[in-house]
Design a protein around this ligand. Sequence first.
Ligand SMILES: Cc1ncc(COP(=O)(O)O)c(C=O)c1O
Length: 400
Amino acid sequence: MSFLARRLTRIKPSPTIAMTTRAAELRAEGRDIISLSAGEPDFDTPRHICEAGKAAIDAGHTRYTPVDGIASLKRAICDKFARENGLDYDPSQITVGTGGKQILFNALMATVDAGDEVIVPAPYWVSYPDMVLLAGGTPVIVECGVQDGFRLTPEALEKAITPRTRWLILNSPSNPSGAGYGREDMQALTDVLLRHPDVWVLSDDIYEHLVFDGFQFVTPAQVQPRLKDRVLTMNGVSKAYAMTGWRIGYGAGPEPLIRAMAKLQSQSTSNPCSISQHAAQAALTGPQDYVRESRAVFQRRRDLVVAGLNECPGIECPTPQGAFYVYPSIAGLIGLTSAGGTRIEDDRAFADALLDETGVAVVFGAAFGLSPHFRISYATGDDQLREAVTRIRRFCEGCG
Ligand SMILES: Cc1ncc(COP(=O)(O)O)c(C=O)c1O
């Protein structure tokens, strides 16, 4: 009999972390590796935010705080929602956790029972289905292909809803596709949801600020105020302010849900790091230059990567609206054999052969629930990106 709980057999380790670890191991062995697998900005946290963290230590903010966040940070989060999203929340409707990941985890653990269904459009962020499974629920995966711009259509949403549906998870702009829902797309979805009063929406807005070409970010509670009392809007400072290691995420939603999530957190991690909370407050209330500057850099890199990949035989790369990922199709390479002798049967074989033969680490599409694709994170320097694209092109040219 296994010592480990059965619930653990339902889930798998994060494939993106596995690929990043493998790339780091190969690099440690002396191989020339370009890792395009990690989902974090390559910039340092802006100076004024670091200074706020240091000041928090000097001021003695080194003790336990209220379980789901200090009052001043909750106030700053309310102001952020009002300023940037036109959403009016009271601090009692705000929860702060150890990264956006904990907010999602708390929400699903607090609400999903065995047999409950959660609609997850694919390609999806790798953790959604596994969190649903851990909670005992059933992820209902709805494939949203290139033809739909990787976006869930209202028809597909309507079809996926059953009497067991608890949540729809939306992530715009998306990890891994970079696809964003404009106001019209979002409204078409919220119209469907208005007809299904028992379905809640978990909106993962973590890439809100990384949008390009003037794309206007919207979030469901803003587009359809009548849904607000069944929407949990999740966000965080990791991607917007290059603060992945500080681990601060937050959610806004109806008070009973927020209280339930805090109850769960009180029996797991308690408060998120006190120092990080003060730094996150500085991020939300201080100058926003970094947000604008990083957006411009990411847009330039996106253009570089999309143009380069579309010159690779067998690859088609749509232009994403946001985040720092592209999700190209390798349909044109399936069935071919690489110069190193690997038959490219699927996107996993492609990613493995690409790493072995060229040293470029990407994540295969099956990890995100939609094949045959792969994900590139372009949160890395321009020179590395140019070199990676050149290697990918040579790899594709060598396939036959
Ligand atoms: C779509 C999405 N949601 C949530 C997260 C979690 O972010 P964090 O826990 O660092 O705030 C990530 C991180 O990769 C993500 O890509």
